[in-house]
Structures are given as C-alpha cells and as structure tokens.
Design a protein around this ligand. Structure first.
Ligand SMILES: *Cc1c(COP(=O)(O)O)cnc(C)c1O
Length: 453
C-alpha cells in the first residue's frame, strides 16, 4: 500500500461520516477511494479499475469525464457559477425548463428547481397540500403512499416513505400517510395479476372511504427502486392514475430513479401514457454530474397558486442553489447528448441483452427472482428457492456478493438480499456482457461457494 492511500484512508476513517453506512463496519475495511472516472470505469487512488455497475447509485447516464459535459460546465463557469432564481432568472435554468417541458409527459408545463430528489419530493408534497388550501378545500391534507416506498431522506419525504429499516426510527416525528401495497408478484399467491388486483382494490376502497381527505397519491412509477427493484405488472400504473382522476386526488410521480431513459422510455409514466399532476426528477437529470432536481407541475396545480399578491397563494419555498446555472448547463448538455446519440432508443436493445444474460442465472439454486425493466435490474437471492425463504439479514448476503463483485472489478450496492444492476445507459454490449459476467461469478462464488462467509 502506498503512503498516499494510507493517509487518505486514515483521514477518511477519522473525519468522514458516510451515508447509509454503519461506520463501525466501514472502519474495519480498507476504504475504496475513487480518484477519477473515464467512460463507465471508475479508478481508485491505487489505480485499480472498476466498472460502475450501479451508475454511482443510479445517477450516471453517459459515463464519467465526458468531454461534452465537461465543456458545458467549463463554458458556464466562464460566465457565472451561481445566481439566484428567487424573483429573477438565469440563462441555463430558463433553457433547461423549456427542454424539460418538451420531453415530459403531456400536461406538465412548469418547472420548479431544487437540488436533490428528496427536496424535489418535499416540494411536490407541499405543492399538493397547498393546492387544496388555495382552491378552498382545506380538508384534503393526507397522502397515500405505497408499501416499501422510498422518496428520499428529509422529513416530508420520509413521511411518505415506507421502508421500516430506514423510516421506523423517525415515525414519532412524521406526519401519517395511508399505505397501499405496491404490486409485487414474487411472493403473492395470485402472482402478478393477483398482486395488481389487490393494489387496485385496496386503492379504490381507500379512495371510496377516505378520498375527500386525500391530497395526493405518490408513487414510484413502473419500478419501485429502493425496496428491491419491484416491477409493476403492465397496466397497473394506468389504472391507478385513472382511480386518482375518478376520486379527484392529485397524482405525484416520483421519477427520480426511473427518469431519463432508465426504464426504456424518457420517463416511466410514458410507458403507460400516464400524465401525473406533479412529477419529480433528479438523479439522471444532469447525467449524474451535479445536484439538480426538479418538480414539474401541471397547469391545474400552477394556476391554483397564480393569484393577486394579497391573496397569499404564493408558494413560499426555495433553496439557496435553486436553478444553479452550472447544474442546469450540464443538464442541457446531457439531454442534448441523449437526443443526438439516441440513448433512450437504445435502452430496449441493451435491456434485452441484459435479460438474456440474467436468464442464465435463473436456475442457480439461490437466485429467487430476477426483476428488470429497461436498464434497472434486481436479483433477489434466497436461502431456499422452492419455499422462497429469504436469507437472514445478518448473513449480509447482498453485501457479500457486492464485495465479491468489487474484488472482481465491478461496483454495485445491494438492497438487502437484492443485488442491483443499474449500469450507465451508454454501456456498450461488450461492457454489459463483462459486467454481467462479474455479477454472475460474484453470485455463484458467494451463494454456492460460501465466499466471504
Ligand atoms: C434516490 C431517490 C430519491 C432521493 O433522491 P436524493 O437525490 O438522494 O435525495 C427519491 N425518490 C426515489 C425514487 C429515489 O430513487
């Protein structure tokens, strides 16, 4: 080990508190310290190369150190790094808003910027809440979320979150939300159709009994990410949207993970021709380069705030870095590259290649379920395949597989017993094949040969 690495590793352990990380475990390992990236590879300070098999936690679109994206930031940097959006505008924020409205599901016409998925969700929730106050229906104050939902880590986002491990601790400080099941076929006795019917019937009966106290339903459309890459049966989202319309409830689509081509369409809602009232985007918006998020709103929502100043219907919300010019400039460049290079159109082909490779794992004794939509995949590992018995969480099976994958040269992060594969959208066929070889080897090494036990 070289001395530079040793110094950085010591400082990392001494001074950095890592997110979603038990530091006692972390401090027992040799930390991975990334120095640079090129294409879909990341390189650590010791020069070791890794495939970015999880798009740096679901963000990256075009790979790293992309000349066109770098140039967009450099050119903007030569003009101004930041200027506020409070009561005034800046060039990239305006141009990006126009582009976003053009590619968004029909009916979303306004863009409210923020700086992370969680803040984008907070904004959507507050907008939905105030929408009903502004329109003289103050009784609609509650939200419906879905079982195992993840919408970010700020308090409002956690209040519409439903992953016990992350959210239970904070329950006493949260507002309460209604929950309906996300349609999850794997362990449902009725399979995909049964899971979907259960979701729709529970949603409908909740709307029937409590609809007039509901402000909005918030959903991760088509794929519920953090819960383990659960893929909705086809048609479910469309029928959920129909129920929201029928009962006059706003629909918030959290496309933070699914947006920008990840599922095979620009936005997952577009796979089922759904136009939400509010849509949150983040992660891939800047190609995974800088922290910019946005909450898109329909005319219906926007017009409820559009009033004479004295009526006090203004949306009093904003962040210091709202509409940051550097971030907006790189987002524009990312969208331009996506268009020029046909990135979204190519996802289906790459997804098919991925599906073919993953299918070769289906017969392995501890591969329980393989779920995939576009370039978003999760492999659920089970102790007993026939009984679908989960591994005990203390076995850390997902962590061990991901550590083995890292040794073999690919980075990813598990969701419990689910191993995630979310490669950058630009990954070539050869790169996908190489990453999927590593993934397969890591799964077999750990689940069949006891690696890392
Ligand atoms: C990642 C994610 C968020 C939170 O985004 P941050 O930028 O991490 O705050 C919200 N919703 C979904 C669906 C996500 O995947």
């Amino acid at each position: 080990m070289d001395s530079r690495y040793e110094r950085l590793a010591a400082w990392d352990k001494s001074y950095v508190w890592h997110p979603f990380t038990q530091m006692k475990d972390y401090n027992r390992t040799d930390p991975l310290i990334i120095e640079r990236g090129e294409g879909i590879m990341l390189y650590d300070v010791q020069g070791r190369a890794y495939y970015d098999g999880f798009s740096s936690v679901w963000l990256n679109v075009h790979g790293h150190n992309v000349p066109e994206l770098n140039r967009a930031i450099e050119e903007q940097l030569g003009k101004v790094a930041h200027s506020t959006l409070l009561g005034m505008a800046n060039v990239p924020a305006v141009e990006l808003a126009e582009k976003l409205v053009r590619i968004a599901p029909a009916g979303l016409t306004k863009v409210f910027y923020s700086d992370s998925g969680a803040t984008g969700v907070e904004i959507a929730i507050k907008m939905a809440f105030q929408y009903w106050r502004n329109t003289g229906v103050p009784g609609r104050t509650k939200f419906i979320t879905m079982n195992q939902a993840y919408h970010g880590d700020t308090i409002g986002a956690v209040s519409v979150g439903s992953i016990p491990l992350y959210h239970e601790t904070f329950r006493p400080m949260l507002f309460s939300s209604y929950t309906v099941p996300y349609p999850h076929a794997y362990r449902h006795e009725g399979g995909a159709a049964g899971a979907m019917e259960e979701t729709l019937s529970q949603l409908e009966s909740l709307l029937r009994t409590s609809g007039d106290e509901i402000a909005a339903l918030i959903v991760e459309p088509i794929v519920q990410g953090a819960s383990g890459m659960i893929v909705m049966p086809p048609g479910c989202l469309r029928r959920m949207a129909g129920l929201c319309r029928e009962y006059g409830v706003l629909l918030i689509a959290d496309e933070v993970a699914t947006g920008f081509g990840r599922t095979g369409a620009m936005f997952a809602c577009q796979l089922e021709d759904v136009s939400p009232d509010l849509m949150v985007v983040g992660k891939g918006l800047t190609g995974g380069y800088l922290p910019v998020a946005a909450t898109l709103a329909s005319d219906l929502v926007y017009n409820a705030f559009y009033a004479d100043y004295e009526e006090q219907k203004t949306f009093f919300h904003g962040h210091s870095f709202t509409g940051n010019p550097l971030g907006c400039a790189v987002a524009i460049a990312s969208l331009r590259l996506m268009e020029e290079r046909g990135i979204v159109e190519a996802v289906d082909g790459k997804a098919a290649l991925t599906a073919g490779r993953l299918a070769q794992l289906a017969d392995r004794p501890h591969v329980g379920d393989i779920r995939q939509q576009g370039l978003m995949a999760g492999i659920e590992l089970v102790r007993d395949k026939a009984a679908k018995t989960p591994y005990e969480w203390s076995e850390r099976i997902g962590v061990r597989v991901c550590m083995r994958a890292r040794e073999l040269g690919m980075l990813t992060r598990p969701l419990g017993n689910v191993v995630v594969f979310i490669p950058p959208l630009v990954s070539s066929d050869a790169e996908l094949a190489a990453m999927l070889d590593i993934l397969a080897e890591a799964i077999i090494d750990v689940t069949e040969e006891g690696w890392g036990a």
